[in-house]
Design a binder for this molecule. Structure first.
Ligand SMILES: [Zn+2]
Ligand SMILES: [Zn+2]
Length: 318
């Protein structure tokens, strides 16, 4: 196999854009605690010639290029909320898809506050944009396509989902979740030709979440093992790591416990449950087993622990 000089490793594959399937790539399956096994949250969806990302946590954009996804065709980024583990690679995703041939401005969707986040990234990357333009010129990097556009999501009725993207059969709905004090925060329901995936974002279990996860083919649910976290907390308390104890205790108030996520999957009649935002990190198979404790007693559908670069493909039903 030719490695040096093999251009394939540097080129994205556009073939996938023409396939009549719903493709999902789990780019980042980790949570906010950095570890060598998983990067922070991000999911790529490709269908009907459209390519979107949901969240762009630190380190996740790298996997877009590792998987050779068609970056020049990236048309939208959907943020669930603005914690750093969900937005850290926003600048990278915008600049690198632009430098690699994107010719239209990237639309970045998110709840109230999105313009502040997007404008901050625009300012932070302004000089980089000028350098690249000066170096390569308008024919290679169009100035207009380099500046992203923020799109704010608002709800007429907080209990209903809102259609915010509808192109070539790919529909993205946003719905409100509860990640208080992070307000507002949203989850996404994505549909293509009879298939549905739901991405919870960070949230506790709510009625609205159950309602909008209804009948999903795949539910990508955040999940924290409170049991495992409490073991970490006990260890930290013994060493007088009071700051860590406080933070790890606090996060249990605004995240979902993984058996609760299994209850959500059951109540919403979800076909497959994929755990993401894995917290705490799971260093080995034994830890994975402990992590999943209690899930099969609640939910009898298919469930798995998500891994970085896991791929899913759904054939059209209609
Ligand atoms: Zn969060
Ligand atoms: Zn998070």
């Amino acid at each position: 196999m030719e490695i040096i000089g093999d251009l394939r490793v540097m080129m994205s594959s556009d073939k996938i854009l023409k396939e009549d399937k719903l493709h999902i790539f789990l780019l980042g399956s980790g949570g906010p605690i950095n570890n060598k096994l998983r990067v922070a949250p991000s999911i790529a969806v490709i269908a009907g010639g459209e390519f979107i990302l949901v969240d762009v946590g630190p380190g996740s954009y790298r996997n877009v290029e590792v998987l050779r996804l068609p970056v020049a065709h990236l048309s939208g980024i959907f943020l669930t909320h603005f914690h750093s583990d969900h937005i850290g690679d926003l600048g990278e995703a915008n600049v690198m898809s632009w430098a690699n041939g994107r010719t239209k401005a990237l639309e970045i969707f998110g709840p109230k506050g999105i313009d502040k986040v997007v404008n901050g990234f625009i300012m932070a990357y302004e000089l980089d944009k000028e350098y690249r333009f000066a170096h390569h010129g308008e024919d290679v990097v169009s100035l207009e396509a380099g500046t992203p556009i923020s799109k704010v999501i608002s709800f007429q009725d907080p209990n209903e989902k809102e259609l915010i993207f509808d192109r070539n059969g790919l529909k993205v709905y946003a719905f409100e979740v509860d990640h208080s004090p992070v307000k507002p925060a949203v989850g996404y329901r994505i549909e293509f030709k009879g298939n549905t995936i739901v991405i919870t974002g960070d949230t506790i279990k709510t009625e609205n979440l159950v309602k909008h996860s209804n009948n999903a083919d795949i539910l990508f649910s955040e999940a924290i093992s409170f049991d495992m976290l409490n073991i970490v907390i006990a260890g930290a308390a013994k060493r007088n790591l009071t700051r860590l104890v406080k933070i790890l205790t606090d996060i249990q108030e605004y995240h979902m416990e993984l058996v609760e996520a299994a209850e959500l999957a059951k109540e919403a009649d979800v076909k497959k449950l994929v755990y993401v935002h894995i917290t705490p990190p799971l260093p080995n198979k034994m830890a994975e087993k402990v992590y999943l404790k209690g899930v099969s007693e609640v939910y009898n559908g298919d469930f798995i622990i998500g891994d970085d670069n896991m791929k899913f493909r759904l054939d059209p039903k209609e």
